[in-house]
Write a protein that binds this ligand. Sequence first.
Ligand code: BES
Ligand code: ZN
Length: 608
Amino acid sequence: MLAAALGLAAVCCSPNPMAAPPKDIHSYANPAVARVTHLDLDCELDFTRRVLTGAATLTVERAGEGPLILDTRALEIRAAETSADGRAYQPARFELGAADPILGAPLTIELPPGATRVRVTYATSPAATALQWLDPAQTAGGKRPFLFTQSQAIHARSWIPLQDSPGVRISYTARVHTPPDLVPVMSARKEPDKSAGYKFSMPGRIPTYLIALAAGDTEFRAVGPRTGVWAERPVIDAAAREFEDMEAMLAAAERLYGPYRWHRYDVLVLPPSFPFGGMENPMVTFATPTVLAGDKSLVSLIAHELAHSWSGNLVTNATWSDFWLNEGFTTYVERRILEEVYGPERARMEAVLGKRSLLREMAELPEKDQVLHIDLAGRDPDDAVTEVPYEKGALLLATLENRFGRARFDRFLAEYFARFAFQSITTETFVAHLRATLFREAPAAAAEFPLDEWLYRPGVPASAYEPQSETLARVETEARNWAAGRPPETEATARWTTQEWLHFLQSLPAKLTPAQMKQLDEAYRFTQTGNSEILCEWLRMSIRYGYREADARVEQFLRSQGRRKYVKPIYEELAKTPAGKERARRIYRQARPTYHPITVAAVDRLLA
Ligand code: BES
Ligand code: ZN
């Protein structure tokens, strides 16, 4: 029965990984004619000039007549050569097209008959959007500079000339030359060979947005047999303690969804300007230090990035319109891991908070951005990152789980990861697979399931699963009591977790006076909290409700880290009044040079 269902799916979804990938509007590449299958990178980091120089040797598979077209952004192309055997190279004719502000410039390279290798010699621009070069003062150690890449969504092209589409998968090898005592880390296995620079190899086919490199004065500490942390020395103890449950998370994910396919799972803790919470680079997640709360309360982020080892890195969105396949599945899997390691109530709390932030954000979003399969024509995929792909996507899976039963749904998901492992798929392929397997197995449960409404229409279907948490229901009561002048008992709040505090803040009345804010702060010391999630929520409220005692902390927070999720909403809140906008601009003038290009792009748009 199962085999039959899978056989059917195979027919409907064209299993050949070499089949032409679907059209990706965010890439100039022509993989249907000439497709890159492997990258061999040789690169050198020049911290003084803030330039990476490289030679990218691409293995090309050809299915038709025509040139090879690569994506680039702000690259200086020095030479292009081709080879039939990978040994003798001849100069090739190439042309760098006009640059588009979102896509960059196409690099077209003529391929003589028989050519299977293309070598491009190039240098990055100091303004490369994937790279952040940090001064020693921007690091924890303060003595050595630091470089890290962030390739998702379409920034890999700013440091390597590639077919930069998630529908094109490649393996890669690399040799990296760094100044002495700066250790490079890549989303790949480090090879023992140290003859000239460091050598890396990623044997599995991955989408190009997962190619990653960092170099700094970092150390490694094992957490478990397959897990560990990389961090600067001043941070490494805190990181190892915070992430001590990584090995248990990995084991839990494997029990649920099958073997871990990436050899090791390490986390690199970056300096505070890292623009994201985490980035699921295979073998080594890159993470913000703002996750180090000291009490493991924000480790859902690690569960999330680890979950991407199945949803995203094994089974990948084929285009950025299918981004919800990465993030929705991952957010669902993240909570299943949390449930295994920390118990069902923790997972329920995260689901309630997630749904709440989805509804909160959706109320402000245009209808076209409330759909899972999103139209990105004319847009940078970075600008379309909202709660919708994450939380509406996770809610769809929770609704399916609830409707079909956990055992059946778990089997479906494990099979989905096995069936599409190392492939990039579209929403349509997922739909066809779902209909051919789960829906066919249990037609009664599938009857009238509003799948099209979930995927292609705004809002949340009325039949969506409703996550519930008793703990958070009690917190809502306490928030109501507080508003009515009966604050919660301190014995109760003394034991509150981060999730309870967040829910408390979000359940307070929609408008507070500065005096009420002061009363809250005196009772619970929010302005002084070291928990970045609670602090961000509190500072936004402080600005909104005119609580000036938090002003210094707002400025300090904006200047000490550059995580886009925190920085952008705070500037946004400030910009709502003329005086606030003035203040925002003053703080930003000083902070901007310390922010990553991705954070800068978001805040520039706000304060321009
Ligand atoms: N893959 C994303 C980060 C990302 C998304 C980078 C889109 C570039 C474009 C990563 O897995 C992620 O979702 N990070 C979240 C944390 C997570 C716990 C929701 C973040 O950075 O806030
Ligand atoms: Zn994610």
